[in-house]
Design a protein around this ligand. Structure first.
Ligand SMILES: Cc1ncc(C[n+]2csc(CCOP(=O)(O)OP(=O)(O)O)c2C)c(N)n1
Ligand SMILES: [Mg+2]
Length: 803
């Protein structure tokens, strides 16, 4: 292993650079302290300062964590500290390889942030012992840069999202610098590979700066990395091709590397300042070539060079715990002790175990410490979003279902007003993968425009260097930018085609996990919710067909913790406005709104919509005639299913004069669950009043039918709930034929009702005959004419049925 102090002593001639010998020695000591504390967290539960020879009793029974990436992360931390102090920078640090958690914990401990939020981890021997013991310990702290880690907005457990998070944090934060380490393995992921393009959306005048650092330690878990094994010139060309100005530092001798890094960082931070100055003084409106750093240092730097005759430092073997057979192999215990002592702990910590003041003093103070930067605890900075009165955008109801509206177009007007209302605060952005206009939200683009720093041509519309709608054809980037934006205390809205939101399933998982954990951390303040609007829905893929038909994101989110997820399916524009207003104001949730963009009938007045959304589900009395004693409940959730359900009601009432039908519409899907499962769950007594035991329920659902079964499994009437939904039948066909293919059409729903109501048993055969004739007629017509039957296309809820 590298004995850093010895090398420092012998490399004075090599160590020429911007650092004085005194500062160099202190920075190196600081780095050694961080490395020491990192190794200690992975291995030790006692004897934290090695005040006596190490024994097996001092070593944890289970050795968990990752060493390989950590010394590089620690190296950068101490250098950021110098730059923050010298230049008074407002800076946060995002770690792509989040498995380097011990490093971030160590550094936030050394700068004092950690003990401020966790007072029991004191700045003394006992504190260090607790710090070591808690790491990867049952009920202790996780091994990654988790929400528990002060200064973090990025766990880095799932690799790939560091750079998009960094850019999301930098948007509209002109004084913030986000240093972002990208693992060279992480750089192979799809999301990371495209994230480099974020620089085409960052405005140097109005946004902050992102400094990407490609941590080229050469290896992943078990393999070399692609970028480490291409010629260096090719790698630099790649970075130039992405629009960056690459800088490189390379080596392993600590003193030389400190000086080399300090010199390069001085140049880089001068560059960043010059870019921002030129843009802010109006001297340049060009897209700048932002600096980025390639840091080529050994994986497991300063760790054991060899274990059991095999090389470890600078190989993939350094990735996790470099050796772990301490109980079986006595020389492993010696190896660990020698390794830890190579950092000279007695030079770093005083007799009480406190970090020596003369080294500690080089860290920034107060909120400038990266562990205390408020941007990394965004709730501290969160300003409530100004949401104009959504009622002003209401669709005036001229008779139930008599006129059509495009729900998302109406929402676009509200979002536009939200943009305008928050223009001064610059804390709201809309994100979407090239579909904002296609989803008919185009009004939100008007006025603010779409962010774009690359070339523009006369044919372009609404592109602007100050645009607040972010469109890039990468769902990963939209999601990652938005997460970074929210986590640093702002608000946002993500619109996407329903089928392709699945691309970010895994990112949504990670964000849901983050939110779940932060609820248990008192010093993490609530942040704005992550709002999804899914449009271009499964039922109306007129242009695209089967590849674009998948409502399964609902199923995906249902798996998440009930206190994090909300799912809404507003059936018309007024309910969409009410739901969206609620979501925009909420905190710490993932809100999913599923709403169509096609012209569709409108059902509720604004007052009714607000009342309906407040309860989440309820009887539509104007469509019901059950007088408290229904033969059947027709339930519906989602705009197209609602229309089919109401059409079925008209067919049934025309066919069976005395049938008593209750119509229940569900807008808040979670209300179907028992209260024990979800805070929005309807109490059982109320559920039983809506869906009386023994009364069949025919349920038309927007998504996969088993979602409804899953949610209502414990309800008393569950055996009587019969669900129709999307069952993976699709193609490019007419809107109504999509319903027929999936048996959610009005004829099927009517037949279901007749066959399920016991007193109508005698009519079942005739109804089956009627059903097949109607479907035959429909199929022949669409095959011949390429469109739905006129009475289907032009169907309206009959005014005379409205009560
Ligand atoms: C998306 C994803 N795939 C796989 C993994 C499993 N994994 C954890 S660390 C790692 C290697 C990371 O290598 P690199 O980014 O170079 O990090 P470093 O060398 O700094 O440890 C892998 C594959 C993961 N965490 N995330
Ligand atoms: Mg690596």
């Amino acid at each position: 292993m590298t004995d850093a102090t010895t090398e420092l002593g012998t490399t004075e001639t090599k160590s020429n650079g911007p650092l004085t010998q005194e500062l160099l020695a202190k920075m190196d000591a600081y780095w050694r302290a961080a490395n020491y504390l990192s190794v200690g967290q992975i291995y030790l539960k006692d004897n934290p300062l090695l005040e006596r020879p190490l024994t097996l009793d001092d070593v944890k029974p289970r050795l968990l964590g990752h060493w390989g990436t950590t010394p590089g992360l620690n190296f950068l931390y101490v250098h950021w500290n110098r730059l923050i102090r010298e230049r008074d920078l407002d800076m946060i640090y995002i770690i792509g390889p989040g498995h380097g958690g011990p490093g971030l914990v160590a550094n936030t401990y050394l700068e004092g942030s950690y003990s401020e939020v966790y007072p029991h981890i004191e700045l003394n021997r006992d504190g260090i012992k607790r710090l070591f013991r808690q790491f990867s310990w049952p009920y202790g702290i996780p091994s990654h840069v988790a929400p528990e880690t002060p200064g973090s907005i990025h766990e880095g457990g799932e690799l790939g999202y560091s750079l998009v998070h960094a850019y999301g944090a930098a948007f509209d934060n002109p004084n913030l610098i986000v240093a972002c380490v990208v693992g060279d393995g992480e750089a192979e992921t799809g999301p990371l590979a495209t994230s480099w393009h974020s620089n085409k959306f960052l405005n140097p005048a109005t946004d902050g700066a992102v400094l990407p650092i490609l941590h080229l330690n050469g290896y992943k878990i078990a393999n070399p990395t692609v970028l480490a094994r291409i010629p260096h010139a090719e790698l630099e060309e790649l970075m130039r091709g992405y629009g960056y100005e690459p800088f490189t530092i390379e080596g392993h001798d600590p003193a030389t590397m400190h000086q080399q890094a300090a010199a390069v960082f001085d140049t880089i931070f001068d560059r960043i300042a010059a870019i921002q100055k030129a843009a802010r003084e109006g001297c340049s409106s060009e897209r700048p070539a932002w600096p980025m750093l390639i840091m080529r240092t050994p994986k497991g730097w300063t760790g054991p060079k060899e274990v059991d005759g095999k090389p470890v430092e600078n190989t993939w073997r350094a990735h996790q715990v470099p050796f772990s057979e301490l109980r079986e192999k006595p020389d492993h215990l010696r190896l660990l002790e020698d390794w830890m002592r190579s950092y000279k702990p007695d030079e770093l910590f005083d007799e009480k175990g406190a970090f020596r003041e003369e080294i500690a003093e080089i860290a920034p103070k107060g909120r400038r410490r990266m562990g205390m930067n408020a941007h990394a605890n965004g709730g501290l900075l969160l300003q409530p979003l100004r949401v104009p009165n959504f009622r002003d955008f209401a669709v005036k109801l001229e008779g139930r279902g008599q006129a059509d509206a495009e729900s998302t177009r109406i929402l676009g007007r509200l979002l536009h007003a939200v943009m305008e209302a928050n223009q001064d605060n610059k804390n709201f952005r809309v994100f979407g993968p090239d579909e904002t206009a296609s989803n008919r939200l185009q009004d939100v683009i008007t006025g603010t425009g779409k962010a774009w720093m690359a070339e523009t041509l006369p044919v372009d519309e609404n592109l602007s260097s100050t645009g607040r709608v972010m469109e890039v054809l990468s769902e990963h980037m939209c999601q990652g930018w938005l997460e970074g934006y929210l986590l640093t205390g702002r608000h946002g809205f993500f619109n996407c085609y329903e089928a392709f939101i699945h691309i970010i399933d895994s990112m949504a998982n990670q964000h849901a996990k983050w939110l779940k954990v932060t609820r248990q951390i008192p010093w993490r303040k609530p942040i704005a919710s992550l709002n999804y609007l899914l449009s271009s829905l499964v039922w109306r893929q007129d242009h695209n067909g089967f590849s674009h038909q998948d409502p399964g994101f609902i199923d995906h989110l249902l798996n998440k913790k009930a206190d994090v997820v909300r799912i809404y399916l507003p059936p018309d524009a007024n309910t969409l406005l009410s739901v969206s207003d609620h979501c925009l104001r909420s905190r710490n949730y993932i809100n999913l709104i599923v709403a169509g963009k096609q012209p569709a009938p409108q059902w509720l007045t604004m007052d009714e919509a607000v009342a309906h959304c407040t309860t989440g589900l309820g009887v539509w009395p104007w469509a019901s005639n059950d007088e408290g004693h229904p033969d059947v409940v027709i339930a519906c959730c989602g705009d197209v299913p609602t229309m089919e359900a109401l059409a079925a009601v008209t067919l049934l009432r025309a066919r069976i004069a005395d049938i008593r039908i209750r119509v229940v519409n569900v807008v808040d899907l979670m209300a179907l669950q028992p209260q024990s499962e979800h805070p929005h769950g309807l109490p059982d007594e109320e559920f039983d009043l809506l869906f009386p035991v023994g009364v069949p329920v025919i349920f038309a659902f927007h998504g996969y039918p088993w979602v409804i079964h899953r949610l209502t499994y414990r309800r008393h009437n569950h055996d009587n709930i019969h669900v129709r939904g999307y069952k993976e039948e699709g193609t490019t066909t007419t809107p109504f034929d999509m319903c027929v293919l999936n048996n959610i059409d009005r004829f099927q729903l009517s037949l279901d009702a007749i066959t399920r109501v016991p007193r109508l048993a005698g009519q079942a055969d005739a109804a089956r005959q009627w059903y097949s004739e109607e479907i035959q007629r429909h199929k022949l017509y669409v095959a011949e004419n390429g469109d739905d039957l006129p009475e289907i296309r032009n169907w309206r809820w009959p005014a005379e049925l409205s009560r």
